[in-house]
Design a protein around this ligand. Structure first.
Ligand SMILES: Cc1ncc(COP(=O)(O)O)c(C=O)c1O
Length: 388
């Protein structure tokens, strides 16, 4: 049997055929610098960029495609948002379920730029309590930054409720949708999200190197970089108008083409359909692993408000060793370690065993993949039990 890819939380693989085909075709026929010149090809490339802004805005139920910003990935997008919203004297609240793409920009702002930072822990099931966030509000709170879905334990946070509390206090809600976009519906209006960061290469089924922000009309983000925009070149400063305000230099046009095809596939397949398929496999996986003595799952007591991402350890094995055995003996690809989420592992106590093994299920996984993975772990855990 060929490789079983269960590392979709790192990046989705393979991509839909449409993504590969359209990127190749578009780059061959329209690989020019969009928005910089007036010849037909350049205009057509510009149309693709504009169309993709519109498609993503509609996908997230945003209102203004000019405020759909392209960046390299969600790390880049989150840096633009957090550095552009927060300044000295501000207070920011985040959680212990965040990825380093939120934690590190905030820690830098706290250490070097006079921003005060508070962490709200997640509960025993992996969820953040909106009441706990509200209790941390101060008069100078400017930003709450939360993960929509965890890339370690797969829990989906009550973003709409957190957003409601933020709206009441005039606090900006910044949401990291890296794991959720394309897996579960996102509606920035209904969920009271002020700034949504997304990455293209996970469940939006695009390539690496493309991501961005969906910024609501009432939010102003300062530009923290400056450079070419292709328009109003005589102006000495970076433009204030969106989308240029937060875009710098030649865009990743082939990445945008891939993302256009990727979300086209997601829309056609249906987010609900994808979620249903992945969660059916997730249930099969969790049920199978629960029956194996010596396998510990984290925050998987129930699968309500979860995406198909989960972590576990096998007694007697360092997470990295389990991953190596899965790879070498069973041809199963997974991710081991701290998953760029040090505080999650500190809170779970798994930092002392070098993290955990993570499986991320994608739309192209099958029942057979799950059964092989469960069988492999039965063997690994059984081998330890016999030698213990
Ligand atoms: C929850 C979460 N946030 C942010 C990121 C960063 O995404 P990217 O590497 O595309 O910037 C990831 C990627 O693993 C993630 O899982």
């Amino acid at each position: 049997m060929s490789l079983i890819y269960l590392d979709n939380a790192a990046t989705s693989f393979p991509k839909p055929e449409d993504t590969y085909v359209f990127m190749d075709q578009f780059y061959r026929t329209h690989g020019v610098n969009p928005g910089r010149s007036g010849y037909d090809l350049c205009m057509e490339a510009g149309h693709l960029v504009d169309d993709t802004r519109k498609e993503l805005t509609a996908f997230f139920n945003g209102t203004n495609p000019e405020r759909l910003i392209f960046a390299y990935n969600s790390t880049d997008a989150l840096n633009l948002a957090l550095n552009g919203l927060l300044q000295a004297g501000d207070h920011a609240i985040t959680t212990t379920v965040e990825h380093n793409s939120v934690l590190r920009p905030l820690e830098h702002l706290s250490r070097f730029n006079g921003v005060e930072l508070d962490y709200v822990p997640f509960d025993a099931n992996g969820f953040v309590d909106p009441d706990e966030i509200e209790r941390r509000f101060k008069p100078n709170t400017n930003v709450v930054a939360v993960n929509h879905a965890s890339n370690v334990v797969g829990t989906v946070q009550p973003v709409a409720e957190i957003g409601r509390r933020c709206r009441e206090r005039g606090v900006h809600l910044v949401v990291d949708s890296s794991q959720s976009a394309g897996k579960i519906p996102i509606d920035v209006q209904a969920m009271n999200i002020d700034v949504l960061a997304f990455t293209g290469h996970k469940s939006l089924m695009g390539p690496t190197g493309i991501g961005g922000l969906c910024v609501q009309d009432h939010v102003e983000i300062r530009h923290t970089r400056a450079g070419g925009t292709g328009v109003r070149s005589a102006y000495r400063f970076h433009l204030d108008e969106y989308p240029w305000r937060l875009e710098y230099g030649t865009p990743n046009v082939v990445g945008i083409a891939g993302l256009h095809a990727g979300i086209g596939w997601v829309r056609e397949t249906g987010v609900d359909e994808i979620h249903h398929h992945e969660m059916r496999l997730m249930r099969r996986l969790v049920d199978g692993l629960r029956e194996i003595p010596g396998v510990s799952l984290y925050c998987q007591d129930h699968l309500d408000d979860h995406i198909a991402v989960m972590s576990f350890n096998v007694d007697g094995f360092d997470a990295a060793n389990t991953g190596t055995i899965l790879d070498v003996d069973h041809d199963i690809a997974c991710r081991t370690g701290l998953h760029c989420e040090p505080r999650v592992h500190e809170q779970l106590g798994t930092d002392t065993v070098h993290g955990a093994v993570r499986f991320g299920i994608g739309p192209f996984n099958t029942d057979e993949h799950i059964d092989v993975a469960v069988g492999a772990l039965r063997q690994i855990a059984g081998a330890h039990a016999r030698t213990a």
